[in-house]
Design a protein around this ligand. Structure first.
Ligand code: TPP
Ligand code: MG
Length: 387
């Protein structure tokens, strides 16, 4: 079903119409995650009801995934050099991070968690701005309105409610914007996830909920998180069409997300996608994952590397050769080198800005505290001069 923005607007005002089933004709996800290529990059039989993205689109997906991984590696290194306070890596989740961005229009909105730095870089946001919060600053670094990207959300699942509200508001004003909310497997146990998905379903808000099931919520494995047959199955209880996909199959992730975005944009209400993937690194640089998982398990997932998989597929197609691969890697190296040198420059931070933008009219207490900090800074400067 396709609707004009006016129709979406009318539908959102009227009594909720019956929920439309998803692409498979049912609200339930496929019994097995959708796959278009296997672990060696060979096309899988029986995937005919999914549209394989064009070679051009897949080459761009590959390029952004390689740059994304290099960015991720560089960011982890920056924590070791004391340039970042903390970094949650998404190495191994490149297919989800980049395909989500490619499935959207620049006018759509993204609601990321702390783990989505790679997706944000892929969306074209300056990497230094993306890392601002993780560097320890008090703001998110980039302009959310200009990039149509909400600040990276640390309180689990709260971004699902923000996404539902924004999507509902956009539809109400006659625009066909889609909001995509990233969320982790663990965060689907949060009350806010229930509220966000339920609100979006009842008011038919055009939201795509992308659950990256990377098997862990810090040290808590999926087996201790839910008794549901899959996280995608949670959709049916809310009347939300859902699908599960092999999150390390870049073709499948892009194909499924493209359909999910179309579903939402066409006025059919929200869509829930569960991408089965794996967190290759510890939760953050501050975590020791060897305390709760075996090296053999990590090794098994190394063999499912989404980048190598896409590369093998594109080579098989004749759409990628050694020279093209080398060019992409050279571009990724240059990207990391520039990021390194910009992040190694000493930041100039005025501590007094901490007090700006808290209230339109600062409270007397805040003014008092500001004055206290200002006096302390002035005294410290005087001491430096005397020394
Ligand atoms: C409301 C809330 N409770 C607890 C935390 C602490 N916390 C931070 S990350 C995390 C695990 C989240 O796991 P998951 O949703 O699977 O996302 P992942 O980190 O694996 O991407 C927890 C419990 C938090 N940030 N917010
Ligand atoms: Mg997780």
């Amino acid at each position: 079903m396709t609707s004009t923005p006016q129709a979406v607007r009318r539908a959102s005002r009227a009594r909720p119409a019956p929920i439309q089933p998803g692409p498979g004709g049912s609200l339930l996800p496929s019994p097995e995650p959708v796959r278009l290529i296997d672990e060696s990059g060979k096309p899988v039989a029986g995937a005919a009801n999914h549209v394989v993205p064009s070679a051009n689109t897949l080459r761009e997906l590959y390029r952004r995934m390689v740059i994304g991984r290099r960015f991720d590696l560089q960011s982890t290194a920056l924590t070791k050099q004391g340039r970042l306070a903390v970094y949650p890596s998404s190495r191994g989740q490149e297919a989800c991070q980049v395909a989500a961005v490619l499935a959207l229009r620049p006018t759509d909105w993204v609601f990321p968690t702390y783990r989505e730095s790679m997706a944000l870089v892929s969306r074209g946001i300056d990497p230094v701005e993306v890392l601002t919060l993780l560097r320890g600053d008090w703001h998110c670094g980039y302009d959310p309105a200009a990039h149509r990207t909400a600040p990276q959300c640390t309180p689990l699942a709260t971004q699902t409610v923000h996404a539902a509200g924004l999507a509902y508001g956009e539809a109400h004003q006659g625009r066909d914007t889609v909001a995509l909310a990233f969320i982790g497997d663990g965060a689907t146990s949060e009350g806010d996830f229930h509220e966000g998905v339920n609100f979006a379903a009842v008011f038919r808000a055009p939201v795509v909920f992308l659950v990256q099931n990377n098997r862990y919520a810090i040290s808590v494995p999926l087996s201790r998180q839910t008794a549901a047959p899959s996280l995608a199955h949670k959709g049916v209880g809310y009347g939300v069409a859902s699908e599960q996909v092999d999150g390390n199959d870049p073709l499948a992730v892009l194909a499924v997300l493209t359909r999910a975005v179309e579903h939402a944009r066409s006025g059919n209400g929200p869509f829930l996608v569960e991408a089965h993937t794996y967190r290759m690194e510890p939760h953050t640089n501050a975590d020791d994952a060897t305390r709760y998982r075996k090296a053999a398990e990590v090794e098994e997932w190394v063999g499912r590397d989404p980048i190598l998989r896409l590369e093998a597929y594109l080579r098989g197609l004749g759409a990628l050769d050694d020279a093209a691969v080398a060019a992409v890697h050279a571009e990724a190296e240059a990207f990391a080198a520039e990021l390194r040198s910009r992040m190694n420059a000493e930041p100039t931070v005025d501590p007094l800005t901490l007090f700006d933008h808290v209230y339109a009219r600062p409270t007397p207490q805040l003014l008092e505290q500001r004055e206290q900090v200002r006096a302390e800074l002035a005294a410290a400067r005087d001491e430096e001069v005397d020394a």
